[in-house]
Ligand binder design. Structure first.
Ligand SMILES: [Zn+2]
Length: 76
């Protein structure tokens, strides 16, 4: 039987499901991100938890220095 598989982009955890089974059952709690690159070009990323999504995002996006965020707070 052909099995399909999703892999978490952050921790490499895998979840398998068969085509007969609705993927939403196996993927309960998982997150899927679509990164549109242009016409008919889209990257899909799967994550097993919000923690993994956050960890991955932190690696993609440069950290905002805390001093920079604080300067906004002080103006209000
Ligand atoms: Zn994960």
């Amino acid at each position: 039987m052909q099995k399909e598989c999703f892999t978490c982009h952050s921790c490499d955890k895998r979840v398998e499901f068969t085509p007969e089974e609705p993927p939403c059952m196996a993927l309960s709690g998982w997150l899927m991100l679509s990164h549109w690159q242009g016409l008919e070009s889209v990257d899909h990323y799967t994550f097993c938890s919000l923690t993994c999504l956050r960890r991955w995002l932190n690696a993609q996006v440069p950290q905002i220095p805390e001093a920079f965020l604080k300067s906004f707070g002080e103006k209000e």
